[in-house]
Design a protein around this ligand. Structure first.
Ligand SMILES: *[C@@H]1O[C@H](CO)[C@@H](O)[C@H](O)[C@H]1NC(C)=O
Ligand SMILES: *[C@@H]1O[C@H](CO)[C@@H](O)[C@H](O)[C@H]1NC(C)=O
Ligand SMILES: *[C@@H]1O[C@H](CO)[C@@H](O)[C@H](O)[C@H]1NC(C)=O
Ligand SMILES: *[C@@H]1O[C@H](CO)[C@@H](O)[C@H](O)[C@H]1NC(C)=O
Ligand SMILES: *[C@@H]1O[C@H](CO)[C@@H](O)[C@H](O)[C@H]1NC(C)=O
Ligand SMILES: *[C@@H]1O[C@H](CO)[C@@H](O)[C@H](O)[C@H]1NC(C)=O
Ligand SMILES: *[C@@H]1O[C@H](CO)[C@@H](O)[C@H](O)[C@H]1NC(C)=O
Length: 308
């Protein structure tokens, strides 16, 4: 199953001109439709099957069609799990038939603030990355049907997170010291009940690198010192980081943009604040070579004990 080829089977459908059946993975077929009318689909149980009669069930309920080849009617998004059985009900084979409304707005996943359905980040250049998505809150019969990540036609090892809302991928052959010229392609099929949805994301690791939070290690007399995130790629000479320092009035969050905010960018890992009042010191990191994504802020509240 290492190389799944998306075979587009031109289905011999009587009622539908431009509908097609698509192989998604073993035992899972998608009926691609441009409207939600009724379509006939031919199913077969087992190749070269010689034997007793074959009975069929749809989602566990007997249907009247029998034999190795049957025709079923698919209404709207009402696909189903079609199982075929020996007369003693032993399972012979099954087909999960999903409906993929191709020209419909997507509705199983929801877009994030950057208008993407899938967000990917890497915390360094080691070849590991994480992609995540959000399910539409009303889609409660959700499932991930299939996913694949490919670069240079080589598949990348990805594992689905336990909450089925993300993937962790490790590219073993990723060379962190060489120029990244070919992008990575991620394909994700999700479903809610029998409605299938297809998503793609194409990116370079350098475009999704987001350093983890830096750790503030020392504070003395308003001089702050910090370290690159532990997860950042080393050596630092090869993977530099630049930092943004922000000093905001006491008890404001690091995102505060009002007056009396001091901002600075530095490649050093220390900074001296010259403020008499209490303040919050914030610092975050970015790859200065790609300047794409800032890490999240680390912060420390600095109270002032001596009164002036
Ligand atoms: C639905 O799509 C099929 C195939 O494209 C077409 O033959 C049929 O006329 C359409 N039905 C409606 C109601 O638009
Ligand atoms: C079982 O059904 C699938 C279709 O869902 C088909 O591709 C496969 O060939 C069948 N298995 C056998 C052994 O015939
Ligand atoms: C479909 O039926 C087969 C055979 O009973 C089962 O293994 C599979 O998990 C079912 N799939 C779904 C999505 O219900
Ligand atoms: C894929 O990654 C998982 C988790 O890190 C690991 O257990 C598995 O062995 C890897 N598979 C391959 C083929 O490298
Ligand atoms: C990756 O996606 C891009 C854009 O969608 C496409 O042009 C390219 O052919 C894809 N590459 C592979 C290996 O699928
Ligand atoms: C800042 O917050 C701390 C605890 O969150 C609180 O004890 C303190 O009084 C606050 N200071 C001001 C000036 O609001
Ligand atoms: C930024 O920091 C550097 C070194 O810490 C300092 O020389 C420079 O004046 C600062 N710039 C601003 C606008 O505060």
């Amino acid at each position: 199953m290492n190389k799944i080829i998306f075979v587009i089977l031109q289905a011999a459908l009587q009622m539908a001109g431009s509908t097609s059946l698509r192989f998604i993975k073993p035992n899972v077929l998608a009926l691609e439709v441009s409207n939600l009318s009724s379509f006939e689909v031919f199913l077969h149980c087992k190749e070269q099957y010689k034997g007793e009669e074959i009975y069929w069930e749809r989602n566990g309920e007997s249907i009247s069609q029998t034999g190795n080849f049957i025709t079923v009617i698919i209404d709207g998004l009402h696909g189903g799990n079609f199982t075929c059985h020996r007369p003693n009900r032993d399972l012979l084979n099954y087909t999960l038939l999903l409906v993929h409304p191709v020209e419909f707005p997507k509705g199983v996943l929801t877009q994030s603030s950057d208008r993407e359905f899938i967000s990917c980040t890497a915390r360094n250049y080691n070849g590991q990355l994480h992609c995540s998505w959000k399910w539409h809150q009303e889609r409660i019969q959700r499932a991930v049907v299939y996913f694949t990540a490919i670069r240079n036609s080589s598949p990348i090892n990805c594992t689905l997170d336990l909450d089925i809302s993300g993937l962790t991928c490790i590219e073993k052959d990723y060379c962190q010291y060489s120029e990244e010229s070919r992008s990575m392609n991620l394909t994700l099929f999700v479903r809610n009940l029998y409605r299938l949805e297809e998503h793609h994301r194409t990116f370079l690791i350098q475009d999704i690198v987001k350093p983890d939070k830096v750790s503030i290690t020392k504070i003395q007399d308003d001089v702050f010192e910090w370290q690159p995130p532990e997860t950042w790629s080393f050596p630092c000479s090869f993977f530099p980081l630049s930092y943004e320092v922000k000093v905001v009035p006491n008890n404001h969050s690091c995102d505060y943009t009002g007056r009396r905010v001091e901002k600075n960018e530095t490649s050093e890992t220390h900074y001296k604040v010259k403020l008499k009042k209490a303040y919050t010191f914030c610092v975050r990191a970015q790859d200065p070579l790609t300047k794409n994504v800032w890490g999240d802020w680390s912060h420390r509240h600095q109270r002032k004990h001596q009164q002036t």
